[in-house]
Design a protein around this ligand. Structure first.
Ligand code: ADP
Ligand code: MG
Length: 243
């Protein structure tokens, strides 16, 4: 089948069913708006398995999502959606760009979860949007923006609890949403160590605790084993929940 789209981390293929897409997860890794490039061996399979597990978990908690099934390792069938070009970021603890841009210390626990909207546009560097700019751009209707925010906060609570049972702290994460043909908003894309900051609760050292793409971004080493740790713990927790 001909590619529909090749992104930085995944390739989308059409299927015989027009309402279904096949996502193939790649080992390619990028950071800092693709200025840094590399490979993380086994990442495609791990991110696919972790995302599938988390979509199943969130679905069981009542979250509407695009995930259908995994026909092979690193492959995921999803409902074809019209993606809303926003990166919906939820932060529980200060890290990354929030620290760089505000001076907050990394690791500072936020008084309440922070939801931020970034424009999904690589050419523009995925800029943080003010509420006014978000409405100006008109990428989502005001009611849809409310739905995104409410849904992101609910997902955050479910994922905080899930990862805590994996002995992992959910620092922050990025979500994407899309509209189905009926106009329903569904959670889309992936939820993986590429898109979440995850800290091992058993490690006090600020570098040793990192179990996510920051190991690649910051050249911390042991990237593959960190991703593998996340997969093992997530799949063990999913099995424990009987999902
Ligand atoms: P990018 O480099 O643009 O982030 P990725 O490599 O992450 O791309 O590939 C996934 C692409 O597929 C993204 O553009 C994402 O918005 C899109 N996508 C994710 N889920 C769906 C879906 N259910 N329907 C259509 N497009 C999707
Ligand atoms: Mg992406």
């Amino acid at each position: 089948m001909e590619k529909r789209y090749e992104g930085k981390a995944k390739i989308l293929y059409p299927t015989t069913e027009p309402e279904v897409l096949l996502t193939v997860f790649k080992d390619d890794a990028t950071a800092f708006n693709a200025q840094k490039r590399g490979q993380i061996q086994g990442k495609g399979e791990i991110n696919c398995a972790v995302s599938a597990a988390l979509f199943r978990f969130l679905g069981q908690r009542g979250v509407a999502h695009h995930f259908l099934d995994c026909p092979a390792p690193a492959q995921m069938r999803v409902k074809a959606l019209e993606i809303i070009p926003l990166e919906v970021v939820v932060r529980n603890i200060a890290a990354g760009s929030l620290c760089r841009e505000t001076g907050l210390a990394e690791g500072q626990i936020l008084p309440a979860p922070l939801v931020e909207f970034y424009l999904k546009n690589d050419a523009l560097g995925d800029p943080l949007l003010t509420p006014e700019r978000l409405f100006l751009l008109d990428v989502a209707r005001p009611e849809e923006v409310e739905t995104l925010k409410t849904s992101a906060l609910a997902i955050n609570q479910h994922l905080i609890a899930f990862f805590a049972d994996c002995d992992i702290t959910l620092v922050d994460f990025k979500l994407e949403f899309g509209r189905d043909p009926q106009g329903q908003i569904l959670l889309a894309d992936e939820i993986s160590p590429d898109t979440c900051r995850l800290w091992d609760r058993g490690q006090r050292d600020p570098q040793a605790r990192v179990l996510d793409k920051d190991r690649f971004r910051r050249d911390l080493g042991q990237v593959e084993s960190a991703y593998e740790t996340v997969r093992e713990r997530v799949l063990a927790q999913i099995a424990k929940l009987g999902l």
